[in-house]
Design a protein around this ligand. Sequence first.
Ligand code: IVH
Length: 705
Amino acid sequence: MPDTPAVQQRIQALTERLHHLNHQYYQLDISEVSDQEFDQLLAELQQLETEHPDLAQPNSPTRRVGGTITKQFPTAVHRYPMLSLGNTYSEDDLREFDERVQRGLEGAPYSYVCELKFDGVAMSLSYEHGELVQGVTRGDGNRGDVVTANIRTIKSLPLALRPGPDQPQDFEVRGEVFMPLPVFAELNAEREQNGEALLANPRNAASGTLKLQNSSQVAARKLRFYAYSLLTPGRHFTSHSAALEALSRYGLPVSDTWRRAGSLAEVLDFVHYWAKKRFELPVATDGIVIKVDDLRQQDQLGFTAKSPRWAIAYKYPAEAARTRLNEVVYNVGRTGAVTPVAMLTPVPLAGTVVKRATLHNANQIGLLDLRLGDMVYVEKGGEIIPKITGVDLSARAVEAVPIEYPTECPACGTPLVRPEGEAHFRCPNERACPPQLKARLEHYVSRRALNIDGLGAETVGRFFDLGLVTTPADIYDLPARRPELVTLERLGQKSIDNLLAGIEASKQVPFPRVLFGLGIRYVGETVAQKLAAHYRSIDALVAASAEKMAAVPEVGGVIAVAAAHWFQQPENSDLIERLRQAGVQLAVTGEAPLPASDRLAGLTFVISGVFEQHSREELQQLITSNGGKITGSISKKLSYLVAGDNMGPAKREKALGFKVPIISETELMALLPNPEDAPATDLLAPEAPTEPAGGTEAGQQGSLF
Ligand code: IVH
C-alpha cells in the first residue's frame, strides 16, 4: 500500500499524543484540550486502525478505557469493569446511534432512558446486606482507588439502605460524585480571598477532594452523589428504569431528571429541553446519556472494547459568546493583590447574563493582546466563572486602545509592586488602602473566622464606609456607640441587640479561628490551626522568629516570613492589645502540638505550574516542613519535578532528559506522612532540615533564609 509509511507515522503521532493527553487528564488532572478535540483525535486513530488493521498497536489508546491509578490509596479490582461511554456531538450522530440500535435489535420494539450526564467523578459503591462497604474510583477501569472513608462523608449517601423485598443481597451502585455549584463557588471565593490558586472547575474540585487524605477535610467540602446504575451478578431487574426506581426506593440519591423516551424524537426533545434548563441545576452537567431501557436488549447489543453499544453520551457544545470589552477595572483584594476584571456588554451565556469576566492578572491581558473596544469570546470555565478565551481580531478597530496596566493602586494611589515570581501586582499599602481594610473586616466577621452573628460582610462594609470601624478591634467598641447605631437607617433595635450579642459571643471563639480571622497573608485555616497548636498563644507567636515558625509542619518559609512581618508591624501590636482588652481569645487551651517529619530529607524538588489543591507556597512549605528542599532549576541531581497545570514544555523535556521523575500534586502528597498516622515521637518539630546528601545548586534554594 503506497500510503502506508504516512499512515504509520500518523498512527504513531496520534498514539503518542493520546497517551500523553490521557496521562495529563487522569494522572495530573490537566485538560490540555477539550473533550471534543480529544474525541476527534481518538476517532481519527480509530478510523485509521479500522482501515489498516495490520498497523494497529496492541496497546493503542483506542483499546483502553483510560486512566491510571495513583499510589496514594489502596486499590481494588472492579467486579464489573468501569467502562466509558461513546461521545457524540451532533443530532446526526444520535440518529446513527439509533439506527445501530435498531439494526442490533433486529426490528424488535425498544425504548430509551435519557439521563443527564453529571460532570463529576465516577464512583463504584458496594452494598452488602444493605450496608455501604466500599467506594472505589474508576481508576483505569479495571482497578481503582479505595476511597471509602471519604465517600462516607457524603451526607446524602445512605450508609445503610432502606430494606425492600426486591433488594439484592449484594450489589454495586455506580454514580457520579460531584461538588454542587454553590459549594464550588464558595470554595473558590474563599481561595481567592486567601490568595490561593483557583480550582478550574467543579469536576477537578470533586476529584481533588476525593483524593484528600483527611476525610474531615473531605466532609467540609460537601460533596454529593447521584446514582445512575445498579449492578448485580445476573439480572435482578428487567429494565434500567426499574433499577433506577429501585435505587430511589432503597434510599439512594437518584436525580429525578431522568425520563423514558419511546423514540428518537423523544430523545431529541429531552436533549433540547435540558440544553438551557440544565444551568438551573445545582450540579454541572455536560450532556445527556441515552440508554436502551430493556436489560435483555442491552445484553443483546453488548459492548465494544471500551463502551456499551446500548448507550451513548450526547455532549452539549461548550457555551461561548462574543461580546464587546468596554472597560477593565481593577479590584484590590484583602492582601492587596490587584485583579483585573473585564467589563463586557452584557451577553447571555449558559443560563446567565455575563457582564464581567476575570482576566486573572497582567500576564493574561498580554497573552490575549487585549484592547479596549475589542470583540472578545467569553466561555464559562466549568460553566461557572466566565473567562475571556480570545479576541476577534477581524473586528478590531484601528483606533483600539491597548490596555495599560495601572502603575498605582486604583483605590489609594500607592505605586504597585510585583514581587518576583508572582503573577499579581500588589498594593503594598496594607495599613491604609481602603479596599484592603474593608476586606480584612469582612474576613474577620466571616463564618469560618469570628462568625459574628448580625454582623455580615455587608453590614461591616457599611460601617466601614461610615467610618464606624476600620480594624477588627473597632468592632468591640461598637457596644459603646449604640446611640450612633440607632440613628442608622435599616438598622432596628432588634438588629442592634442581635449584633451586639454576636460581638459578645465572638469573644468565645477559639484562638485558631481568631488567628485565621486576622487575615495574615497565606495564613489560611489549616496554617492557623498548626501555628496555634504549636505556639499556643499570640504572645509566643509575636516572639517567634520567621526561621522558627518555618519549621512548624505545614508552615514553611514563605508563610513564616509573611506572618513574622505581620507581627512586627506596630499597628498590629496595637490591634492585638485592643483585642486582648476586649476579651478575645488569644491563646489555646488543651490541644497538643502537631507533627512534622523528616520524610523528605535528602530530596530536592522543583515545583512548576498551577495546582488544584494547594497553592505553590503551600506545596513549598509542605516539602520544607517535611525535610525536603526546593530548588529552582532542573538538574540530574533533582529528586522530583512536581508538575501542575500550565507547566512549560521546556521544563518537562529537561526533566525527561535527566530522567527526573515528574510527579503530580497528589503523588507528592503520597510521599508525605498522613497527619493522623504520625507516631508520637514525631510530635516535636525537628530542627531546620540539614543539607541533603548530594547537595543542590547553590543560590537556588527556595528557602528564604
Ligand atoms: S452511565 C458504561 N450515566 O460519564 C458506562 N454515566 O463515559 C456507564 N456519567 O465517567 C455510564 N452521568 O461517570 C452514566 N447518567 C449517567 C452519567 C454518567 C455522568 C459519567 C460516568 C463516566 C462517563 C461515561
